[in-house]
Design a protein around this ligand. Structure first.
Ligand code: S3P
Length: 171
C-alpha cells in the first residue's frame, strides 16, 4: 500500500511527504524529482524548452511506474490530478490524500521559489493562482482525505494523516 499526496503547488506535499515517510518507516518518492533526474534538468527548463505537453507525458510515465511500488509515500506534482489515467494508476495501490491552502498562503509559500514555471512571469500571480485553483478544485476534491494546510505546520498535517490512517485501519 502507498500513500499518495496530491494538491496545488505550495500546499506542502513534499515536506509533509518526507516527514510522513519518516514517521511510518516508508520509502519517500517525489515524482517531480524523478522527472528532473530522468531529464537531467529542472522542471522550469523542461517547460521552457520542451513545453508543458512534453512534461505531462513524462509525468504520466513516471506516475505509472511509481504506482506499482510498495510501501511508499508518493508526493506528486500539482497537475497530476488533471489526467484520469494518473489517478487511476495511483489508486491501484494507494490511498490518495489531497492537501489544500488558500490562495494568499499559496502565493506566500511559492513566491520565493523560482521552481514553478506556471507561476513565473505572470503579471498577477495571485489572480493566476485563484484561476487555477478554481479550475482544479473538483479534481482535488475527489480524493480519500482532504486537509487544508493553510494554518497548520507540516507536523500537524502529518498528525492528521496518521489519525486518518489509524481510523481507516479500524474499518
Ligand atoms: C505543477 C506543479 C509542480 C510541477 C510543475 C507543474 C502544476 O509541482 O509538477 O511545475 O501543474 O501544478 P509542485 O506542486 O510540487 O510545485
Amino acid at each position: 500500500m502507498n500513500i499518495v499526496l496530491t494538491g496545488f503547488m505550495g500546499t506542502g506535499k513534499s515536506i509533509v511527504g518526507e516527514k510522513l515517510a519518516q514517521r511510518l518507516g516508508m520509502g519517500y518518492i517525489d515524482t517531480d524529482q524523478i522527472i528532473e533526474e530522468r531529464e537531467g534538468c529542472e522542471i522550469s527548463k523542461i517547460f521552457k524548452e520542451k513545453g508543458e505537453d512534453y512534461f505531462r507525458k513524462i509525468e504520466t510515465e513516471v506516475v505509472k511506474e511509481v504506482s506499482s511500488f510498495n510501501n511508499c509515500v508518493i508526493a506528486t506534482g500539482g497537475g497530476v490530478v488533471l489526467k484520469e489515467e494518473n489517478i487511476k494508476a495511483l489508486r491501484r495501490k494507494g490511498i490518495i490524500i489531497s492537501l489544500s491552502a488558500n490562495p494568499r498562503v499559496i502565493l506566500e509559500r511559492t513566491s520565493k521559489s523560482k521552481k514553478r514555471p506556471l507561476l513565473l512571469n505572470c503579471p498577477d500571480p495571485y489572480e493566476r493562482i485563484e484561476r487555477m485553483l478554481n479550475f482544479r478544485k473538483p479534481y482535488y476534491e475527489k480524493m480519500d482525505l482532504k486537509i487544508d494546510t493553510s494554518f497548520l505546520n507540516p507536523t500537524e498535517v502529518v498528525e492528521k494523516i496518521l489519525k486518518f490512517l489509524r481510523k481507516d485501519g479500524d474499518n
